[in-house]
Design a protein around this ligand. Sequence first.
Ligand code: LLP
Length: 437
Amino acid sequence: MGQSVLSTGFTRIEGVLHCEGVSLELIASEVGTPVYVYSAETIRDRYRRLDRMLSSVPHRIHYTLKANSSRGVLAVLKELGAGVDVVSGGELRRALVAGFAPSDIIFGGVGKTEAELAEALDAGILLINAESEAEIRLIDALAGQREIRAPVSIRVNPEITLDAPHDYIKTGGKGHKFGVPIDDVIHVAEVAASLDHVDLIGLDMHLGSQLSRIDPYREGTERLASIFAELNKRGVASLRYLDIGGGLGVRYDTEEPPDLQRFAAAILPTVAETGLQLIMEPGRFIVGNAGALVGKVLYRKRSGGKDYVIVDTGMTELLRPSHYGAFHRISALRPRGDARRVDVVGPVCESGDFLALDRELDDVQHGDYIVVADTGAYGYVMASNYNSRLRPAEVMVDGDRFAVITAREAISDLTRLEVASPEWHLATAAATNGGGR
Ligand code: LLP
């Protein structure tokens, strides 16, 4: 009963779930619910494990902000010497505010705007992962205006079939919107190399997320290495980086995440042969198992022969179950001893607002706390204000201390951007001011 350790960093002490040395009950009562709680030591442990795994080749680990971009999380990673991977002007700003040096930032994404590219160039980041010839030409023009040369990597779509658990998190297959199709890469690289304001310094791929097989990484890395060899043959000799993206899976239920030793053995020899510096962009691997979402039971109810547990958190705080059918373990913070088969649902006015369906759960009553495990990645960052709900607080635990790293949203935040007395513009006046056709 209840002895299962939810994940590294989360254990039961006398039946009560703790994050490291801090009782989740203490956090829930002091900070309120819903609340995300993160284990700093788990984040450190994951980062160090990956770093050790890659240690036989020169490498850089660029943590992917999109998994969890809270400043308190970034602070832990910065202390470890991590770099970061950003996908928007907003994430770039977060990385800079958190104190990352521009030379530790890489910028990816399929739809970067001109303004975002300009910001990245002005900041002087390590490299931009470009995803099309048109983007590379735009970068060249922007760098030209600034009389600089832009450091660019090409994101290759390696066109590899994948085992990700949901179609939405596969990205490196034939016909996906991401990257330059593999057959066009040599041409696009030669164009890039010929431009006056672009330094072509790397090749990049990202296969997908929550991957458990090693083969796709091996195949993808080999494809990048052979593109590198072909470019060398053609006299394009400026490359320095080989970026194999993120995507390493973690355990949510019974999955077998890739074994790191085998992963290293499959990939590193190919990387070493190229002589390039390896880049990885892990997100979930670093923070996925490091977080838990704590909620409170509002009601129990029976309907249509089913038992419902209605809690104060749902799809607005954790979208993954509803959006991807994702599985997250749920347990009582302080189990009462019995278990029941239930649906755990949130307060949002949608039938798709659930955290678990038809799940054997510790018996819980009104006022009890539940803990949703392994929610450190793609949890808070995907939270929304739907139903005008307030985004939850985030707490970092480090040993026997805890701190709120993101305050719970306030009601005033919800209406902050709304205009109480809108200023109406006449369409005809706008047209005469140059807005017409
Ligand atoms: N690099 C690129 C270019 C990416 O698109 C991603 C994630 C990563 C790195 C990091 O992947 P990771 O190591 O975290 O698997 N919201 C979904 C996951 C979307 C992943 C998007 N790209 C989920 O909740 O499962």
